[in-house]
Design a protein around this ligand. Structure first.
Ligand SMILES: *Cc1c(COP(=O)(O)O)cnc(C)c1O
Length: 423
C-alpha cells in the first residue's frame, strides 16, 4: 500500500475511506462478506501480470507452469468442498472450472454450454427473490433464451406443484434453482424429479448459500444437478468471483463456453485467492463460522418478529431475511436510507406481490455473514434488531439516528474486521 500512497494519493485516500466505512459501519448486506488478509494478499499479487488462456497443461501462452499449479490447487480444493467423498468413498464425479470472473459469468457460461438461442429457461421470478441472470429481460439470459418463471406462494415458499405445472406446460430445456433473496431451503431432489419428467437440464445457482452447502448446513445440489454455479464472495467469503461445476459429460462444453466462449484470459490472481478461500473453507473453523451465521440470523429474525415486523415466509432457514414493509408508511428505499444514517448498511429489496417500483420497493434484505465474520454473536444480533427497529421508529429524528450510529460504531469497534488493519 505504500507504493500506492506515494504514487497515487487520490486513489489511496479513497481506499482508506472505504476501509473506514467497512470497519466502522455494520454490514448487513446479505451478499457481502469480509475476505481474509490472506485472500486479499493473493488477490493483490503479481499473478495479475500473467496471461494463461486455456486450462492447466493446455495453455495458449508460455510461462504458465506456476499458474498451472495454482489453478490445479483451486480446482482440487473446490471439488473437495463441494463433491467430497461420500460414506462409501465415492464422489459424484463433478468437474469444475474456476475461471468465471463472477457469478453472472458462470451462469452465462452454463447457458452457452447447453442452450441454443430461443430455448426455454425456467427460473425463479426476479421480484420473488430470483437473480437477473435467471432470465430477466434486462440480462442476456432473458434476451437470448425464452425465459419463463416460477414464483413463491402466499406463504413465501416455492410451491413445487406450481413449478411442475409450469414445467409441464412450457417444457424448459433448463430449470434454474437458486436465488438472491430466498430465506428458505431448496428441495433439489424435487426439482430433479420435475426436470426428469420434462427432460430438462438442472442448474443450481448456489451463489448465496455456497458456504452453508460446503459445510452441510444447507442440502447439497451436487447429487441432483447437471450444473452447479456459485459466486466465491458471499457466504463462501473469498474474493469477488465465480466458479462453475458440471457432471463429467458436460465439462468439455462448459470449459469451452468459459474460454473462448465468453471470456478471455483468466484472472490468475483471483484464482489464487479463490484457492486460499477454499483452503479456509475446508478448515473446521469454517463450519463453526457458518453455524454462527445461522444462529445470528435466527436471533435477528425472531427479535424483529417479536417487535412486530413481518418477514417474508415468516422467518429464515439460512443467512438472510426479508423484512416486509408493505403495511408500513415507509418504503424499502426509505428504510435503507434511514438505516444508513444509523450506520447500518442494508439493501432495499422487492417482496412477493410487490406494489412499489423496483427502485422504491417494500422490503429490505438483511444478512448475517459479514457481521458474523467480525465476531458478533446471537445477543449482538438481538441488539442489532432492536437498533434497526429503533432507527425505523425514529426515522425523522436526526439526533436519535446519530445516537444509534454512535452505538453501532462502538459495537463495531469492539469487533475488528479480520483482514482490515486498525487505522
Ligand atoms: C450474486 C448472485 C449472482 C451474481 O454474482 P456476480 O458475481 O455479482 O455476477 C448470480 N446468481 C445469484 C443467485 C446471486 O445471488
Amino acid at each position: 500500500m505504500n507504493a500506492l500512497a506515494d504514487q497515487d494519493p487520490a486513489i489511496w485516500h479513497l481506499i482508506q475511506h472505504e476501509a473506514a466505512r467497512q470497519r466502522d459501519d455494520l454490514e448487513l448486506i446479505a451478499s457481502e462478506n469480509y475476505a481474509s488478509a490472506a485472500v486479499m494478499a493473493a488477490a493483490g499479487s503479481c499473478l495479475t501480470n500473467k496471461y494463461a488462456e486455456g486450462l492447466p497443461g493446455k495453455r495458449y501462452y508460455g510461462g504458465c507452469s506456476v499458474v498451472d499449479e495454482v489453478e490445479n490447487v483451486a480446482r482440487d480444493r473446490a471439488l473437495e468442498l463441494f463433491d467430497p467423498p461420500g460414506a462409501s468413498g465415492a464422489r459424484h464425479g463433478l468437474g469444475v472450472n474456476v475461471q468465471p470472473h463472477s457469478g453472472a459469468q458462470a451462469n452465462a457460461a452454463v447457458y452457452l454450454a447447453c442452450l441454443k438461442p430461443g430455448d426455454v429457461l425456467l427460473g425463479l421470478d426476479l421480484s420473488n427473490g430470483g437473480h437477473l441472470t435467471h432470465g430477466s429481460p434486462a440480462n442476456s439470459s432473458g434476451k437470448l433464451y425464452r425465459a419463463v418463471h416460477y414464483k413463491v406462494d402466499a406463504s413465501g415458499r416455492i410451491d413445487m406443484n406450481a413449478v411442475r405445472e409450469i414445467a409441464l406446460r412450457e417444457r424448459p430445456r433448463m430449470i434454474v434453482t437458486g436465488a438472491s433473496a430466498y430465506p428458505r431451503l431448496w428441495d433439489f431432489a424435487a426439482f430433479r424429479s420435475i426436470a426428469d419428467e420434462v427432460g430438462a437440464l438442472l442448474l443450481a445457482d448456489i451463489a448465496h448459500v455456497a458456504g452453508l452447502v460446503a459445510v452441510g448446513l444447507h442440502p447439497s445440489p451436487v447429487p441432483h444437478c447437471d450444473f452447479v454455479t456459485t459466486t466465491t464472495h458471499k457466504t463462501l467469503r473469498g474474493p469477488r468471483g465465480g466458479i462453475a461445476m458440471a457432471r463429467a459429460d458436460h465439462m468439455k462444453a462448459l470449459n469451452s463456453a468459459v474460454f473462448p466462449g465468453s471470456q478471455g484470459g483468466p484472472l490468475m490472481h483471483i484464482i489464487a485467492a479463490k484457492a486460499v478461500a477454499f483452503g479456509e473453507a475446508l478448515q473446521p473453523t469454517f463450519k463453526a463460522y457458518q453455524q454462527q451465521v445461522l444462529a445470528n440470523a435466527q436471533a435477528m429474525a425472531s427479535r424483529l418478529q417479536e417487535r412486530g415486523f413481518a418477514l417474508v415466509s415468516g422467518g429464515t432457514d439460512n443467512h438472510l431475511m426479508l423484512m416486509d414493509l408493505s403495511d408500513r408508511a415507509y418504503s424499502g428505499k426509505d428504510a435503507e436510507d434511514v438505516l444508513g444514517r444509523a450506520g447500518i448498511t442494508v439493501n432495499k429489496n422487492t417482496v412477493p406481490n410487490e406494489k412499489r417500483s423496483p427502485f422504491i420497493t417494500s422490503g429490505i434484505r438483511l444478512g448475517t455473514p459479514a457481521m458474523t465474520t467480525r465476531g458478533l454473536l446471537a445477543p449482538d444480533a438481538v441488539r442489532v434488531a432492536d437498533l434497526i427497529v429503533e432507527a425505523l421508529d425514529n426515522r425523522e429524528d436526526a439526533d436519535h439516528l446519530a445516537k444509534i450510529r454512535g452505538e453501532v460504531h462502538s459495537l463495531c469497534a469492539l469487533h475488528p474486521v479480520p483482514g482490515l488493519r486498525a487505522p
